[in-house]
Write a protein that binds this ligand. Structure first.
Ligand SMILES: C[S@@+](CC[C@H](N)C(=O)[O-])C[C@H]1O[C@@H](n2cnc3c(N)ncnc32)[C@H](O)[C@@H]1O
Length: 348
């Protein structure tokens, strides 16, 4: 089977988790990890392509058709036309296949991403017309095929979105939309970083709409999963999400206060959680109070690791170190327009 090159996109900050999953799940060879840019370029056999839709750490996967260099001036748009014409895009689009071009541009150029999309769109029509004798229809709202054209500084990538428009992190189970929901890709990364093994117990004591719990239940077949939140409404929503993901009976739901954690559970192997960010909570003193009371309880029940995503990493570090725990790992990730840290702490 011929090897194919894919661009896997994800949350900036978890590219290494994507590379690990691509190797383990797809048997892919990692060609390039663009740390901080949310992109991992891999090569894999064509007959393994279908496995990409099972990946939990990616937003999108694109089949790379061409990669070349590009300059920054307006006349360099001609390079976009040439690259699309030479990419073989006509193998994926016929006069009966609607298409749209989505363009992204990063860096300094004297053209815009709209210019790139316009030139690339015309080139797709030219390539398909030459090959099949008729033009393909453009459908910007519901295209059958999406051609992605990215200009990243001096590089030009032409690719086809696998799975069309749908970003794969928008898993189908989000029936209840928590106002501060975590991206499932980040939840997955945190579960992996916790070092949990199948069969061990995972708890999210501030689980909101249940993203961590649902991801854990779909990943760990025989683990006990506990989802707790002090809001009855959010627990109701988490239950709905778990039902939609068909894992409701794998999760124990508790309406409860994380500041009294040890009164609900005796022992869990890992806590993986996304507590409220200070930025959204108002006073710094109130933030510290919530984190202090939660973490002092957490260390009483957790055996293996506590993994948090938070902007309050300094407070977390301070409290846990005072409790005799050590920070095993810390990394910054992008989450919407915020840049929180994922912190992994272990006893001792
Ligand atoms: C950032 S949200 C979690 C979102 C969740 N990860 C998701 O994807 O839907 C934080 C949650 O912590 C809950 N919370 C805040 N303080 C709490 C406490 N003391 N005990 C339990 N839950 C708490 C809030 O109700 C909120 O749902």
């Amino acid at each position: 089977m011929a090897p194919r090159t894919l661009i896997l996109t994800t949350n900036p900050g978890i590219e290494d988790i994507v590379a690990e999953e691509a190797t383990a799940r797809l048997g892919a060879r990692i060609l390039e990890t663009r740390t901080g840019h949310g992109r991992v370029i891999v090569s894999l056999d064509e007959d393994q392509l279908y496995l990409v839709s099972y990946m939990k750490s990616i937003h999108r996967a694109r089949l790379l058709l061409s990669r070349s260099s590009i300059c920054g001036g307006h006349s360099c748009l001609e390079k976009v036309r040439e690259a699309v014409l030479e990419s073989g895009v006509e193998k994926y689009i016929t006069p009966y296949t609607s298409f749209a071009v989505r363009a992204e541009r990063v860096g300094k150029h004297s053209f815009s991403s709209l210019d790139v999309a316009r030139v690339a769109g015309d080139a797709v029509i030219e390539a398909v017309s030459r090959a099949h004798g008729a033009r393909p229809p453009v459908d910007l709202d519901y295209p059958a095929v999406v051609v992605a054209v990215d200009v990243i500084h001096d590089e030009l990538f032409v690719s086809i979105e696998l799975g069309g428009e749908l970003s794969w992190h928008r898993r189908g189970y989000r029936i209840y939309d928590h106002p501060a929901a975590l991206k499932p890709t980040l939840a997955y990364a945190m579960i992996i970083l916790s070092g949990i093994r199948d069969g061990e117990t995972l708890m999210d004591p501030m689980c909101g709409g249940g993203t961590v719990a649902v991801e854990a239940a779909t990943l760990l077949e025989s683990s006990r999963i506990i989802c707790m939140d002090r809001s009855r409404r959010h627990i109701g929503g988490a239950r709905l999400n778990a039902r939609a993901a068909m894992v409701e009976n794998r999760i124990r739901f508790i309406v409860g206060d994380a500041a009294r954690l040890s009164s609900y559970v005796d022992s869990v192997d890992v806590i993986v959680s996304n507590p409220p960010y200070g930025i959204r909570m108002g006073s710094p003193r109130e933030v510290r109070r919530v984190y202090h009371s939660f973490l002092r309880e957490a260390v009483k029940v957790v055996q293996k690791s506590i993994v948090l995503i938070t902007t309050e990493h300094k407070t977390v570090r301070q409290v846990l170190e005072r409790e005799g725990w050590s920070i095993a790992h810390e990394r910054r990730v992008a989450h919407g327009n915020l840049y929180p840290y994922i912190i992994v702490a272990r006893p001792g």
